[in-house]
Design a protein around this ligand. Structure first.
Ligand code: URP
Ligand code: ZN
Ligand code: ZN
Ligand code: ZN
Length: 480
């Protein structure tokens, strides 16, 4: 791989922006500064007028996921390649063991599937059941495999849902290992009941999906998970926060001093639940994901959470099922495979609505599209930062370029685009993945298998104050 010098751009990191050249050698950034000398044999890229930003990190994707009786369209190759076309160079995907399946076995299976990745990848591992072997496997995953986050589905009853006993045991274990517990917050019992009620009322179409998962169902689970985390003195990360009530629960906990972190999906920021009342089954079902898109107004509260710093990361939950897969729920909305795409569109949607919309600075955009995820999941500044020593995951971002998002032009193998027809300004013109130019002016040069598995060390910075707090608040018996 030849060295590459990016000249004359404006580097944007989460803390500041400044004019600088960026030199990439051997997969790393080796120099950032003005008027850098061009080493022998070096290629150059003129960034004139463009921003030079860290490659995006999507901390929530599902490539090649077996789910609801089928498997997502995008595998680890097509999904990570599509990501690169949008400026995202790293994904954190999910290992989801079946109940009773050893965590390590599931992890090995997913590692095998992910070997075809074009871009870098890491894994959260879901805890879907509890036993001594799960306790042991969590330890092995953290100490030997570089997993530092565990996921808990509070929804999907009779499948991967975990009960409070599992949440409590797993959160405790995560704390002693220095791993971040994360939750999909929806009360699975309520969803199960409301799905049956909707069908009893004769509602079988996709409109039954949001009706069976109202905001209170999400808020209850978010509050419960936050309260459990508070009692156990463990940090917690709430994935795909979709409604004002959950965002408020996180903000309130943070205002009390609790270390709670929230993730927002690009789709939840810009879409609303009117999509489910569309007369076309394919269109409505194409939007079926959990939590569902919410009534108008909720998105504004999610933006405010990002602006206020009470929500931290943006993701997509990229999980593509095509029309014939969604058709499994033609006669019963509860059988529509849950999931939507977006890994390629996230950065452009965030820039357009966030920066152009007057809600985010370019540095705040970098914080919520890469740096914050890198910090929380402990790979900063290897990822999420333009600085010497960091991986050369670099994006040239043209704030003037426009594109109209469409299934016709997307690189994802899904056959639907939840952002269809949206014209956005600001896009990745060039993407470097560990120093290799993988996207250049519309030319996708993703290489199957070139992505690396990213190990993430335990005890991210948010753990130290919690340990100190526990020490200071150690209960003492009364001497009698
Ligand atoms: O609908 C969704 N989000 N599908 C993927 C699984 C999950 O809940 O994250
Ligand atoms: Zn233990
Ligand atoms: Zn989820
Ligand atoms: Zn998900």
């Amino acid at each position: 791989m030849k060295p590459l010098l990016i000249r004359g751009g404006t580097v944007v990191n989460a803390d500041r922006e400044f004019r600088a050249d960026v030199l990439c050698e051997g997969g790393r950034i080796t120099a950032v500064g003005t008027d850098l000398a061009t080493p022998a044999g070096c290629e150059t890229l003129d960034a004139g007028g463009r921003y030079v930003i860290p490659g995006g990190i999507d901390p929530h994707t599902h490539m090649q996921l077996p789910f609801m009786g089928t498997v997502t369209r995008d595998d680890f190759y097509s999904g990570t390649a599509a990501a690169m076309a949008g400026g995202t160079t790293t994904i954190i995907d999910f290992v989801i063991p079946d109940p009773q399946e050893p965590l390590i076995d599931a992890y090995r299976k997913w590692r095998g599937w992910a070997e075809k990745s074009a871009g870098d990848y890491s894994f959260h591992v879901a805890v879907t059941w509890w036993s001594d072997s799960v306790h042991r496997d969590m330890g092995t995953l953290v100490t030997e495999e570089g997993v530092n986050s565990f996921k808990h589905f509070m929804a999907y009853k009779n499948a991967i849902m975990c009960d409070d006993e599992t949440l409590v045991n797993s959160f405790r274990r995560a704390l002693e290992l220095g791993a971040m517990p994360t939750v999909h917050a929806e009360n699975g019992e309520l969803v199960y009941l409301l799905q049956a009620e909707m069908k009893a009322k004769g509602i079988f179409g996709p409109e039954g999906h949001p009706l069976s998962r109202p905001p209170a169902v999400e808020a209850e689970a978010a509050q419960r998970a936050i309260a459990i985390a508070d009692v156990l003195n463990v940090p917690i990360y709430v994935v795909h926060v979709s409604c004002a009530e959950s965002a408020a629960a996180i903000a309130a906990a943070r205002a009390r001093g609790q270390r709670v972190y929230g993730e927002v999906l690009a789709g939840h920021l810009v879409l609303d639940d009117s999509v489910y009342r569309n007369p076309s089954f394919e269109y409505a079902a194409g939007h079926v994901m959990s939590p569902p898109f919410r009534p108008k107004g909720h998105g504004d509260m999610l933006w405010r959470g990002l602006q206020a710093g009470s929500l931290h990361t943006t993701a997509t939950d990229h999980c593509t099922f095509c029309a014939e897969q969604k058709a499994a729920g033609k006669a019963d909305f509860s059988l529509i495979p849950n999931g939507c795409g977006g890994v390629e569109e996230r950065m452009a949607v965030l820039w357009h609505e966030g920066v152009n919309g007057g809600k985010l600075t370019p540095s705040e955009f970098v914080a919520v599209t890469s740096a914050n995820a890198a910090r929380l999941f402990n790979v900063y500044p290897k990822k999420g930062c333009i600085a010497p020593g960091a991986d050369a995951d670099v994006v040239l971002w043209d704030p003037k370029a426009t594109q109209t998002l469409s299934v016709k032009t997307q690189h994802s193998l899904g056959d639907f685009n939840i952002f269809e027809g949206r014209t956005v300004q600001g896009r990745a013109t060039h993407t470097l993945s560990r120093g290799s130019l993988v996207w250049a002016d519309g030319d996708l040069r993703a290489v199957r298998g070139a992505g690396q598995y990213i190990k993430r060390p335990p005890f991210a910075p948010q753990f130290a104050p919690l340990a100190r707090k526990a020490e200071l608040e150690q209960p003492v018996p009364v001497a009698r």
